[in-house]
Each structure stands twice: as C-alpha cells, then as structure tokens.
Design a protein around this ligand. Structure first.
Ligand SMILES: NC(=O)c1ccc[n+]([C@@H]2O[C@H](COP(=O)([O-])OP(=O)(O)OC[C@H]3O[C@@H](n4cnc5c(N)ncnc54)[C@H](O)[C@@H]3O)[C@@H](O)[C@H]2O)c1
Length: 450
C-alpha cells in the first residue's frame, strides 16, 4: 500500500516513498498542490462573498478561507437564521443581505461561492459573472438543459472564471487514477460501474427544519425564484432536494459527482446515449424525486457506464467507482485508489474433457506443440497496488486552491462551464429517460439532446 504524498498547511501526513509521487503532466498539478502555501499580502487578498449559506455554502466558505489570501466580506441567504449564523461564524463586520444583488453591487467583492439550491445556480451564476465576479458554483451546474449554454456563454463573454463544485475533480486520488488508466494499468477500459448507497434519514435529504421557519424569517418568494408559485412550505424550503422544482433528483445530487469523476479520469466528453429506470421505493413522504435510480450509458471511447444510487440500502453507506479493463480493475473507494492487475491469457485454452480419450490426447498434444510456453496452471503475473491519500486529506481544499489559483492567474480551471455542463447534462439524461420511458441520445461534443 502506498500513501500519496502532500505537504500542506492542513498538516496532513507527509511520509511517502518517492515511487508513489505523481509524475508527468498530471503529476505536475499534484506537485503544485504539495507546495507549501505562500503567505499573501493583505493588498493581494481575494475578497469573496457567499450566496446561499446553507450546509454546503457554509462548508465551502470555511474551506475556501483556509486557502491563504482569501477573505470573506459578505453573505446572502433567504433565511434570517443563516445570515445571523454567518455573523456568529465570521464576525459582525460581515455584510449580509437576503438579496444577492446587494452583494454583487459591491465593487470590493472579487469572487462568489454559489451554494443555493440547483434552480438558482444559473441565474445567480450569470448575475455574478455579469457583475464582474469570478464564480465557484456548486454542482450540478444546470437544473434545466437550457441553463448550460447560457452559463457557458456568460463565462465566455464576461471573461470570468467559473469553476463548478464537484471537488473530486481536484482530488489527488482521481489524479492518480487518471495517471494509472493513461499508463495502461488495466489495459483497455471496457466498463465503469459507479454507485452511491445510503441508508440514513439525512442521506435521504430529510434535513432539519428550524423551529422559527415562517414567511417572516424565510424569504419565500426569493427562494422560489422561477419555480412554480405555491404557498409557504417549510419542507420545500429546507428539504428542497426532494422536489424536482428546485433540485435535480439523485441524478443532479449524486450521479453528477460520479459522471464528473468518470469524465475527468477517462478524458471523455460524455456519453452518446443513456437510459435509466427508478422509482420511489421507501421515502414516500410527499417527495416527487425517486430514491432509487439506475442508469446505463454508452461512451464513444468504447466503454459503458453503469450508475446506481439508492437511499434504501440496508447495509453500510458507500460510494465508489470501479473501472473494468481488459487487464484488470481499478477501484476508487473513498480516499484510495487500487489496481488489481490480471493480464490477459495469451493462449485460447482447451475444453476437451467431453471428447473421447483418444481425441483428448491428440488435441492436447497438438495444443502443447502450438503453445510451447504453456505451463500447468500458469496464469501471467498478476499484481495489486493501492494508493491512499494522507489522513485528513481534503479534495475540497484542493478544489478551492485550484479555483483561487485561476482567479489570480486567469488560467482556465479544470472544471469549467463546459466540463460542468457535460457532467450534469449527462447525469440528467437519467431523469429524462425515466420521464420519457425511453433511451435518450446525447451529443457530448455539441452538448445537445438529440
Ligand atoms: N460538492 C458537494 O459535495 C456538495 C455537497 C452538498 C451540496 N452541494 C450543492 O450545494 C448546493 C446547496 O446545497 P445545501 O445542502 O447546502 O442546501 P441548503 O438548503 O442547506 O442551503 C441552500 C441555501 O440557499 C439559500 N437560498 C435559496 N435561494 C436563494 C437565493 N435566491 N439567494 C440566496 N440564497 C438562497 C437557502 O436559504 C439556503 O440557506 C446544492 O446545489 C447542492 O447540490 C454540493
């Protein structure tokens, strides 16, 4: 087992053998990640604001602020309690508002983190870019397919950096997996199997509604945005993932991470077609998003992706990707990647046991003449390697570090609007396929439903 090396101010373990260091083109990113963080002068701080200060927005901001030279100025949210908690966390000087436009109007804000529900990603993202801000937008980048081209165009025309928040794309484990696949560690890739199983109430999106939730403490019309007008509903406000009007089902919540990982590791732009099935099997609590979804996708590079998410798993919660190649398998499991190499047999083999003894003898002799290197029971050399990230490793930290590096250098980010649309566009084919009861064709190059 190898421990991947990284030095950072997160004080992660650093011991690793030189042989486990990432090398080559991909490795250069990992080596850059392992550089000690440079102090940044106060004049050179990137000043950020948070739009959507719920669970992920607050978590993202805490991580972003660990990157040297980043300062939080303002927070926008539709629930008073979260604006108040932002001040508890980051001080009374933090400017807060229900309307994010008040934050975007501030000249001193360089970049924003968008942690709103999915149905606000496009509008908040475009408004922020048009106001001259760089954007870290949580996944999935789109809620509707029409969001994709609009986000891509806004990023292009404003020249703003847009990074989508599927943090695994910056993970040293995913970088190592990419390097292994590119080096032929499992031969020709034929299949990817991805899963995310949950068995807890929180895993099924039953997030806690605060006692003071009301139309006074929650800006309901602003939360709704373009969603259908309905009277105030605290469950919809705080558990929005359960309804497709605001969220994108398990496809937008979890498939998108698995697609982002698959696209990053394989270098693919996406599938050419997808089909899915699913249903609401267990959490029949008024939600309209399925709790079991299984999807199958064809990739033009010649492999298939099978993804499955369920919230009704009776066993342990787990998430992972298995890459099956002609010469072995590669598995990503949490903070590790392992390769089980089984080189292909070079001989065809014989099944002669049902033939007459004379025939068996004759054919075996011929076979032994034809394949003289054959040794009894001999399979070619197999191997197993495992690479583990240092304890406490945070891919979110690396994702923010990459984002802020691009904000400073104006160099492209790895997970830009095109990558974000290709991942979310592919993932959401599952919802379309279930709605239509049909296979859905997708143009991964042009990013269009066919
Ligand atoms: N990258 C990851 O691993 C990861 C993990 C969890 C969530 N997410 C993503 O983060 C986003 C937020 O998820 P969450 O779990 O934090 O949800 P949440 O409900 O905890 O937080 C969303 C917040 O957005 C606020 N909001 C709604 N409309 C707004 C508007 N117009 N302007 C300002 N604020 C608004 C709400 O009041 C709420 O506080 C989702 O898109 C989700 O997919 C990503």
């Amino acid at each position: 087992m190898h421990q991947l090396d990284r030095r950072s101010f997160l004080k992660a373990a650093t011991a690793a053998s030189a042989g486990t260091m990432l090398t080559g083109g991909v490795g250069s990113l990992a080596i850059a990640q392992s550089e000690p963080s440079q102090p940044v002068s106060a004049n050179d701080h990137i000043q950020i604001a948070l739009i959507g200060a719920g669970g992920q927005g607050m978590g993202d901001t805490k991580t972003a602020l660990q990157v040297p030279g980043v300062k939080l100025l303002a927070v926008a949210d539709c629930y008073n309690g979260r604006l108040e908690h932002a001040k508890e966390l980051w001080g009374d000087d933090i400017f807060t508002a229900r309307d994010y436009n008040e934050i975007l109007a501030r000249k001193d804000v360089d970049a924003v983190i968008i942690g709103t529900p999915d149905h606000w990603h496009k509008q908040a993202g475009i408004d922020a870019m048009k106001a001259g801000k760089d954007v870290y937008c949580e996944k999935p980048m789109i809620h509707l397919y029409s969001d994709g081209p609009e986000m891509i165009e806004a990023s292009r025309s404003t020249g703003r950096i847009l990074q989508v928040g599927s943090q695994r794309v910056s993970s040293m484990i995913y970088l190592k997996a990419k390097e292994l696949l590119d080096a032929g560690a499992i031969g020709q890739l034929n299949m990817v199997t991805a899963h995310w199983n949950r068995n807890s109430s929180m895993g099924a999106w039953n997030y806690t509604v605060p006692d003071d939730a009301s139309p006074q403490t929650c800006d309901w019309p602003r939360f709704l945005g373009t969603a259908p007008r309905i009277p105030f509903n605290a469950e919809h406000f705080f558990q929005w993932r359960k309804w497709k009007a605001y969220g994108s089902g398990v496809a937008g919540d979890l498939f998108v991470h698995l697609f982002s990982g698959t696209h990053f590791i394989t270098g693919s732009k996406g599938p050419t077609r997808g089909m899915a099935t699913g249903g609401l099997r267990f959490w029949k609590d008024g939600r309209d998003a399925d709790d079991v979804v299984l999807g199958l996708f064809d990739y033009p590079e010649g492999f298939n992706l099978s993804v499955g998410v369920n919230f009704v798993d009776g066993g342990e919660e787990s998430e992972g990707l298995m890459f099956t190649g002609s010469e072995g398998t590669m598995e990503i499991d949490g903070n590790s990647v392992s390769v089980n190499r089984v080189p292909r047999e070079t001989e065809p083999g014989l099944t002669i046991g049902t033939f007459t003894l004379a025939m068996q003898k004759k054919m075996q002799a011929e076979y032994d003449r034809k394949y003289p290197r054959k040794h009894p029971g001999g399979t070619p050399a197999a191997g197993y390697e495992k690479y583990v990230a240092p304890e406490g490793y945070s891919d979110s930290y690396d994702h923010f570090k990459n984002f802020f590096r691009s904000v400073r250098s104006r160099q492209p980010v790895v997970e830009d609007a095109v990558f974000g649309f290709r991942a979310a566009g592919a993932a959401l084919l599952s919802n379309l396929s279930i709605e239509r009861g049909a296979v859905v064709n997708w143009d991964p190059e042009g990013m269009r439903i066919l």
